[in-house]
Design a protein around this ligand. Structure first.
Ligand code: CP3
Length: 342
């Protein structure tokens, strides 16, 4: 069944539970490292042939039920006027962090066709290569997660500069979030027009905020994106981590499917979210590195809690780590398929 992932997003019956992984293309695969030897991450993203090849690697090698576009959530920052690089061992570095009203005013609200056309070209090429056999997921970063990189200038542990700006200068904050959310809304729409059959919004770091702060500073902007994307026929996965106290608020902001991290039991999360959404995620990525006996017990536990309910997509609570063995990834795909065959 080529579309079991899309059917599960819509909470329709499936022949077996669909499986895909966040970061399913990446350094844990020798095929990816071979391409990375000769190209930077950004070069791979900017050359549709390379992005297509890397996107297809896990589809071929792992038998996952969806492909995810190979790109990065930070790509829109460059055409908006905030160039960055991936420094070896440090992660992303934004050359001129955004910290003042003038910095925010200088950011451009771009049209995705200008500046991100290479992503849209990659989507069209990937769709051709997949030839209707596997659905393609597009994605973007959510405004808070993007703002945290823009303001901090890179990765952060406490988001102190971000939160100071948010609390002390709410007007500047909302102006920044307004620009980011409009770019992300246009970008996801453009990805869908180019051929993405589902999209995921990555709010990876939003769990660093309280529910009150989420409602006041984040939710209106995420809602701006997702209520618009929900008017297309394409499913939207709304994902974050450390979101145990935010799940209902994220659902209210929008999404066909809600992503849950590994900290909340999946049945409790789904009971709180209600019958109107599907659910994705939940296995701790480090369990892929655990002995098979423990890994299978934890998978069985997730499947027991789901109890065959329509609308479940098997995934990790966060991305695959570079040290993980490809064998473990392939094992999980086969095991979940076998255990859930209807
Ligand atoms: O999931 C996939 O297979 C699709 C590709 C994808 C990448 N980044 C490629 C990538 C996706 C969906 C992302 C999203 C992304 N990027 C997020 C949200 C998801 C999450 O993990 O929470 C974030 C926060 C980023 C920003 C980012 N990109 C960071 C912090 C880093 C450095 C991390 C590191 O481990 O060095 C990246 C680099 C990056 N993006 C890699 C990949 C495969 C690392 C590989 C490399 O350097 O070759």
């Amino acid at each position: 069944m080529w579309d079991r992932f899309l059917r599960a997003c819509r909470r329709e019956p499936v022949d077996m539970t669909p499986v895909w992984f966040m970061r399913q293309a990446g350094r844990y695969m020798a095929e990816y490292r071979a391409i990375r030897k000769n190209h930077t991450l950004i070069q791979i993203c900017k050359q549709p042939e390379l992005a297509t090849e890397v996107t297809l690697q896990p589809v071929k090698a792992m038998g996952v039920d969806a492909a995810i576009l190979f790109a990065d959530i930070l790509l829109p920052l460059e055409p908006m006027g905030a160039p960055f690089e991936f420094a070896a061992g440090e992660g992303p570095v934004i050359h001129h962090p955004v910290r003042t009203r003038a910095d925010v005013d200088a950011l451009r609200v771009i049209e995705p066709e200008d500046g991100l056309g290479y992503v849209l070209d990659a989507i069209r090429m990937i769709r051709r290569e997949l030839d209707g056999k596997t659905p393609l997921i597009g994605f973007a970063g959510a405004p808070f997660t993007l703002a945290s990189y823009l303001i901090e200038g890179g990765k952060s542990s406490h988001y102190a500069i971000t939160k100071r700006l948010m609390y002390r200068e709410p007007e500047v904050w909302h102006a920044l979030m307004g620009k980011l959310s409009e770019v992300v809304r246009r970008y996801l729409r453009a990805q869908i027009t180019a051929g993405a059959q589902a999209v995921q919004l990555f709010d990876s770091w939003v769990g660093s905020l309280s529910p009150s702060d989420y409602v006041e500073f984040i939710q209106p902007h995420v809602r701006h994106i997702l209520k618009d994307i929900e008017t297309t026929s394409v499913p939207v996965i709304h994902f974050g981590t450390d979101t145990a106290t935010l799940l209902e608020l994220q659902r209210d902001a929008g999404g066909t499917v809600i992503g849950v991290d590994f900290r909340t039991p999946i049945d409790e999360a789904w009971a709180r979210l209600g019958t109107g959404v599907g659910i994705q995620g939940n296995l701790d990525p480090l369990l892929l590195d655990a002995p098979r006996e423990l890994l299978t017990r934890r998978i069985d536990d997730i499947l027991r809690r789901i109890a065959g309910r329509d609308g479940h997509i098997f995934n990790l609570g966060h991305g695959i780590l570079p040290e993980t063995s490809p064998d473990a990834v392939r094992f999980v795909v086969d095991y979940v398929h076998e255990r859930t065959r209807r």
